[in-house]
Design a protein around this ligand. Structure first.
Ligand SMILES: Cc1cc2nc3c(=O)[nH]c(=O)nc-3n(C[C@H](O)[C@H](O)[C@H](O)COP(=O)(O)OP(=O)(O)OC[C@H]3O[C@@H](n4cnc5c(N)ncnc54)[C@H](O)[C@@H]3O)c2cc1C
Length: 307
């Protein structure tokens, strides 16, 4: 029986892995995507992680992984399908049939991109519709693309694509962006970025590939030619493998205290999967650390059963 299973090797899971080693816990970190790194690995440039003036998200995530491995953290490539609360432990069931037993679990599964839910989105996913500018941007060199959204991800995507594409439409349903101000200002300096304010996407059209999208700007409809549509309209937490009784907020994020305790004994949550005001690498790293300290106390029998 393990002391601790950490599910997810994004920033939260990697930070938890480091702290678990430092606490000499018998721990495993399970990650479905090989090397992991999570969303941070998609960030083109990170300029707000303390100690790193400027670093690619991929390099930062790899550095965190190397740090954990250097301390002796054990990683397994495994997709967790179910976390089941038994009387004295948690059972972790993986897609390949492997089962683990652990006295405590840290859920650090992060989030996935929200879909726009418009006609054409599903049909053209992988054929001009993308949720990852870093992954697919190179296919649109010299072409026209649209980015849908107004948060950090949308602005980052538009910035990245503005260096590749001929024209980038930024389509946002409000008239101000929610993204980091410095990144917004940088985006406004880009001559090939066209802002479509107060605008929603109604449909995405194409033949074999995307050819256009239809918008509604306060009642005025337009169909605009494009080669690609990048969707960056927020995220939904990866909580499917958790027991249904795990407490969540209205948007489905896990309710915990700052100590990471969920309402279920021995289950802790770290990073973007939590209900919290700021989802960033630095807060995910802090959560991973807090959860391990809470798990340690729980394992020592000091925790109360419920928050
Ligand atoms: C494009 C982009 C740019 C960003 N830029 C910045 C920035 O400049 N600065 C900053 O501070 N933050 C930035 N962020 C936000 C930051 O990346 C996230 O807040 C942080 O990475 C969240 O980490 P996490 O570990 O909570 O979740 P995630 O990064 O989502 O990691 C979760 C991990 O869990 C794994 N997983 C999920 N489900 C399972 C399962 N069932 N079984 C096994 N494994 C599973 C996933 O594969 C993933 O590796 C950016 C995010 C994006 C998308």
């Amino acid at each position: 029986m393990l002391d601790l299973i950490i599910v997810g090797a994004g920033v939260a899971g990697l930070s938890a892995s480091v702290y678990a080693q430092r606490a000499a816990l018998e721990a495993r970190t399970l990650e479905r995507d090989g090397m992991g790194g999570g969303q941070l690995a998609e960030a083109v440039q990170v300029e707000n992680y303390p100690g790193m003036t400027q670093i690619s998200g991929f390099d930062l995530a790899q550095a965190m992984r190397r740090h954990a491995e250097a301390l002796g953290s054990v990683f397994e490539t495994a997709e967790v399908l179910r976390l089941i609360q038994r009387q004295s432990h948690w059972e972790v069931q993986c897609a390949d049939g492997t089962r683990y037993k652990a006295r405590a679990v840290i859920a650090a599964m992060g989030t996935q991109r929200r879909r726009l839910e418009v006609p054409g989105e599903e049909q053209y996913t992988g054929h001009g519709v993308s949720y990852c500018a870093t992954c697919d941007g190179a296919f649109f060199r010299g072409k026209t693309v649209a980015v849908v959204g107004g948060g950090d991800t949308a602005v980052d995507d538009a910035l990245y694509l503005s260096d590749l594409a001929e024209t980038v439409y930024l389509v946002h349903r409000r008239e101000t962006l929610r993204a980091n101000r410095r990144r917004q200002e940088l985006l406004r300096t880009k001559k090939n970025v066209v802002f479509l304010w107060n605008t929603v996407v109604l449909a995405i059209h194409g033949k074999e590939q995307v050819t256009a999208f239809t918008t509604d700007t306060q009642g005025v409809k337009r169909t605009i030619p494009t080669d690609g549509v990048f969707i960056a309209v927020g995220s939904v937490p990866h909580t499917d493998c958790l027991p249904p009784e795990t407490a969540r907020d209205a948007a489905g994020y896990l309710l915990t205290g700052e100590d990471g305790k969920t309402n279920l004994p021995g289950l802790f949550a770290a990073g973007d999967i939590r209900s919290k005001p700021l989802r960033q690498a630095v807060t995910a790293a802090a959560d991973g650390a807090s959860c391990v300290v809470s798990a340690e106390r729980y394992l020592q029998g000091e925790s109360k059963a419920l928050i």
